[in-house]
Design a protein around this ligand. Structure first.
Ligand SMILES: [Zn+2]
Ligand SMILES: [Zn+2]
Length: 347
């Protein structure tokens, strides 16, 4: 093997919505590392936030990725060149105190990508960071990453059989949560969001949510709606919307209910006001969910493979690798038409 790295095209972003393609040197893998050639990568809401607000300097994006193993380090045994894999964006270390206690989800020394982001011709990672894709096509497999987040949310919320569930936010993760909540045996699954997200509401119909609630419809009040339709309060609220909405979840949740929260913002709105007495007297549990490291790849790939989570319902547009900037802009500007924007490297 020759010395020195390979120069590969890599997409970078910088706020506000600036894009640049650069040739980045990816060094040959160390003994426990591999180099993956990405084949598909979804555009995440977080990628859009990064391009819009977060990237103070040029940085790589993309973390919902499948690909083909292109190079392996000398000690790698779990995969070989040519294998089709899904790539974790964070991997627990297996060595720290929390990992050794069996709390791998609370690992204090996680491994991340070793090259800048998956919107690149090559991505270097630890060999432990990949899982076999099986028969799934690359684009369908790239939905596994957001699906692991949805799985984590549903597990954290402990959905009761025959229960009532409200999901805030009709994004891909919110929609996947609705499907999983029905699968877990929820009797009623309500989905809330803004009326303009037409493609997402269409997906919600296909998935079979019980009721779609447009929070911006004239005269609509979430509190009043649930006072009428779920007078005891709802069993579970799963929040994938901005932080302030947690206050509404506290309001509509029943005595002893559980709220799972996976929302984020990067301005003053991350500070929220909650009714502390309601938390106390209603015995509510508010559970923060940050699915890093992502676990649940086997379940995610199984659900996608059996079309329990149907990739066709979720992938709304595909763009070629050369058009990553267009893909991110499209996801940012066309909320009406998008569910999940996918970059297909084969186009
Ligand atoms: Zn993501
Ligand atoms: Zn660890």
């Amino acid at each position: 093997m020759e010395m020195g790295g390979l120069f590969v095209k890599t997409h970078f972003v910088k706020k506000p919505m600036q894009f640049s393609v650069r040739d980045v040197e990816v060094e040959a893998p160390e003994s426990d590392e591999i180099v993956v050639a990405p084949r598909a990568c979804g555009v995440c809401g977080f990628d859009v936030l990064t391009a819009k607000f977060l990237a103070e300097d040029w940085m790589g994006i993309g973390h919902e990725v499948t690909g083909e193993v292109a190079e392996v380090g000398t000690a790698v045994r779990n995969v070989a060149v040519g294998d089709r894999v899904v790539v974790e964006n964070s991997t627990f270390c297996g060595l720290c105190v929390q990992c050794k206690r069996g709390n791998v989800v609370h690992c204090s020394s996680m491994n991340h990508y070793l090259s800048p982001g998956a919107f690149a011709e090559r991505l270097k990672v630890k060999a432990r960071a990949v899982y076999p894709l099986g028969d799934l096509d690359f684009c369908a497999g790239a939905l596994a990453e957001p699906l692991t987040v949805a799985i984590d949310m549903v597990e954290a919320a402990d959905i009761p059989l025959s229960g009532s569930v409200v999901v805030f936010g009709p994004g891909p993760i919110g929609l996947m949560i609705c499907r999983l909540a029905l699968l877990k045996g929820a009797a009623r699954v309500y989905l809330t969001g803004h009326a303009h997200s037409e493609a997402r509401w269409q997906a919600a119909d296909t998935i079979g949510v019980t009721e779609k609630l447009y929070v911006d419809a004239p005269g609509f009040s979430l509190q009043e709606y649930f006072r009428e339709h779920e007078p005891q309060g709802v069993d579970r609220v799963l929040v994938t919307s901005p932080p302030a909405t947690v206050a509404e979840a506290v309001d509509i949740c029943r005595f002893g209910g559980i709220i799972a929260y996976d929302g984020i913002s990067f301005d003053a709105s991350q500070q929220i006001v909650l009714d502390g007495n309601a938390l106390h007297f209603k015995r509510l549990q508010l559970r923060g969910v940050h699915s890093v490291p992502n676990l649940g790849w086997p379940q995610a790939l199984d659900l996608l493979g059996r079309r329990v989570i149907d990739p066709e319902v979720f992938i709304s547009q595909t763009f070629p690798f050369a058009e990553v900037p267009e893909a991110v802009r499209f996801a940012a500007d066309n909320r009406k038409d998008t569910v999940k924007v996918m970059v297909d490297f084969a186009l």
